[in-house]
Design a protein around this ligand. Structure first.
Ligand code: NAD
Length: 265
């Protein structure tokens, strides 16, 4: 099976680091023109775009805060201005602001919901508007594909992270509702729920003694790498997964399988 995205145009949000950066490179390698969204750090996004272009691909770094409505609108507009269309959105931007519930401020709650959930809603809405406007354009069986970055905390409660877990639970239901609403337009919406993947968001938990503790929660026995997610994401936005609609694909080494019950509970 070879995955080709030749002629397609993809926007990846939060792509200046971690999973988004890996996905942007993978989509470009499969032949897509890629908009590499960043919010704060231009340099890694510009560098990724330069690397893709040096290899003969098409890419552009695009600044924008996904939780700010005018920015989400401008991001999709910029894709259409640059490449004439949008075929794929990977709504990946996300952050954590952790605190025990009694100490969590409203600002911490609001920020995480704004970026992780509202940001995905805004970008998905703009992508759907564009997909409907352009219709099927002969580069993919679908009229558009959206991939929502969720987390195992879509289903696993996470003490000390109620804002993050609530945002990812919301992403799961938003994704399924959007999938139901727009499938008849030929638009496929799916999600990915990573477990523990080595990136900046969880540096403290994936190194040293903390990594040993983390491994006890992963039946498959290793911490994930960005490439594990990038390969699955590329497949999920390609025609190879054309009949997959409204599904969350867990990429977690079995983390969501209640590993505490391995020894008969
Ligand atoms: P990361 O911190 O490297 O990436 C998050 C990206 O989102 C960063 O590039 C950041 O700049 C961007 N971002 C933050 N606020 C933004 C905003 N307002 N507008 C635009 N971009 C913004 O961490 P990551 O691990 O690559 O996380 C990517 C996604 O994967 C997140 O949604 C995260 O919740 C999810 N996730 C990661 C893991 C993991 O183990 N790494 C597990 C489950 C889910």
């Amino acid at each position: 099976m070879s995955v080709s995205l030749t002629g397609q145009v993809a926007l990846v949000t939060g792509a200046s680091s971690g999973l988004g950066l890996g996905i942007a490179h993978a989509l470009a390698e499969a032949g897509a023109a890629v908009g590499i969204n960043y919010n704060a750090h231009a340099e890694p996004a510009e560098q990724a775009a330069a690397e893709i272009i040096a290899l003969g691909g098409r890419a552009r770094a695009l600044k924008g805060d996904v939780s700010h409505e005018p920015d989400a609108i401008a991001l999709v507009d910029a894709m259409v201005r640059e490449w004439g269309a949008l075929d794929i959105l990977v709504a990946n931007s996300g952050l954590q602001q952790d605190a025990p519930v009694a100490e969590m401020t409203l600002a911490q709650w609001d920020k995480v919901i704004a970026v992780n959930l509202t940001g995905q809603f805004l970008c998905a809405r703009e992508a759907i508007r564009q997909f409907r406007k352009q219709g099927r354009r002969g580069v993919s069986k679908a009229a558009g594909k959206i991939l929502c970055m969720s987390s195992v905390h879509e289903v696993i409660p996470w003490a000390g992270h109620v804002n993050y877990a609530a945002s990812k639970g919301g992403v799961g239901m938003m994704m399924r509702t959007l999938a139901q609403e727009v499938a008849s337009d030929g638009i496929r919406v799916n999600g990915i729920a990573p477990g523990a993947i080595r990136t900046a968001i969880n540096k403290a938990e994936t190194e040293g003694e903390a990594a040993e503790r983390l491994l006890r929660l992963i039946p498959y026995g290793r911490i994930g790498e960005a490439a594990d997610v990038a390969k699955a994401a590329t497949w999920l936005v390609s025609d190879e997964s054309d009949y997959v609609v409204g599904t969350t694909l867990f990429i977690d080494g079995g983390m969501a399988l209640y590993p505490e019950f391995r020894g008969n509970g």
